[in-house]
Design a protein around this ligand. Sequence first.
Ligand code: C2E
Ligand code: CA
Length: 444
Amino acid sequence: MNELAASITDGLELPPAPPPALAGRETLLRELRKARAVEVQPGTKFLIVINIADIMAYGDFIRIFGHKFAEDMLGIRVDDLGPVTQYAQLYHIGFWSIGFIYTPESPEASRNFFDALSRHLKQPIICRGVALPIKAGIGVCDLQKAQGAAEDVLQSAFLAGQVSSRAATSWSFCDYEVAADHRRAFTLIADIAYSLSQGSEFELCFQPRLDLRTGKWATAEALLRWRHPELGLIMPDEFLPMVEMTGLLRQLTEWVLMHAIAKAYDWQRRGLKLRLAVNISVRNLEEEDFVRRLALFLEKFEFPPGDLELELSEHEAIAHPEIVRARLHDLRALGINLALDHFGTGSDSFKYLQTMPVNIMKIGPALLASMKEETRNQTLVQSMIGLAKRLGLEVVGEGVETREELENLARWGCTYAQGYYLARPMFIAEFETWFARGAGSAGV
Ligand code: C2E
Ligand code: CA
């Protein structure tokens, strides 16, 4: 126990801590299934979860007071909920969470009960003579509206309890959309590792990029998709942050690079000469052996490094300048092209651009779209293109959705254009058919 906790408890006669001798989560889940097995009218049966304290504060609390103190505090709070047991059986469903099923005497009585419970929980917990102003949260789920399996309902009520303690409301009803989002995120995180080990659920789309100087298709950008067996097609903006969280990015990028390079090599052999662009994350550049492994892939497929372009988001690169700069130098030394994606989102974009060994700048869809709303942004994009070209860079306008945008970019000297107006990202078979039909050679 640390000094602070010791000073609090020193010299106090400690009452024996009442253990929270309640049935647990599994028993509550069984009761919940039973309660839902019969038809429930609105407002007549509720699942209630009390989060005794915000789970985020748990670590700090334990650090300061220790586990024993936390256990005692929980025991006191459970005892203190005694009056509730007139209405319901309590269950200890997580370290700091209590759940129960509540059947009000009348539909009108329920709100009074929730308010009274909330007032009760606002009283500080007195543990070993210390008054602790613990912020509890109450999540309320009307069983008539509950969705999903019993575990999902319990999780939704738990989330509602968190919302209530963070928003400092007295109590919160379940928000099924939020709960469904959490459930979806949880499913995705749980499935990523398995899907990656199988490989077959991931697929690449390719979006062609037009060379505005020649009117010919010049590059294909590989864009990753996940075909989840239950949830269907999932876009990268949703699953990539989870991949980063689970530490599987190295494996995923390896999969993308290998499949994209193999495909581009196959196209080159069949006479479809396209440069290949692949997105990477700054986390990949932190891998000690990233450059060496990439060099090996290129060698294996006899793929010219000059036909590969790696794209890195500007805001990510700015956040990790040192490691990024060093690795990018190594990649450029191999002859690989490097693009700063989503350029213009940072406040110091140009200052940064001058110090980075990149040879391509990509103006992203958001900035191009802003030209529609504000004509002043046209001048901004035009100046960005001019400045980048004076720095010796190639410029890609990405997110071209209209003929007018395409013509403007061409007039302002932009090197390449990419966007829905020209072609959407396509899966491999569609991409190949599209080229075979002549879309490729005709340009626009
Ligand atoms: P990004 O690199 O900026 O890719 C361009 C995104 O804009 C793509 O979304 C593309 O479908 C979309 N786009 C293309 N043309 C237009 C247009 O005319 N209008 C609009 N509104 N959007 C357009 P997508 O495929 O959903 O990819 C989203 C982001 O996910 C990518 O943004 C990239 O940062 C990341 N990403 C995709 N694949 C990979 C990958 O294999 N590895 C890594 N690390 N990131 C990836
Ligand atoms: Ca990109």
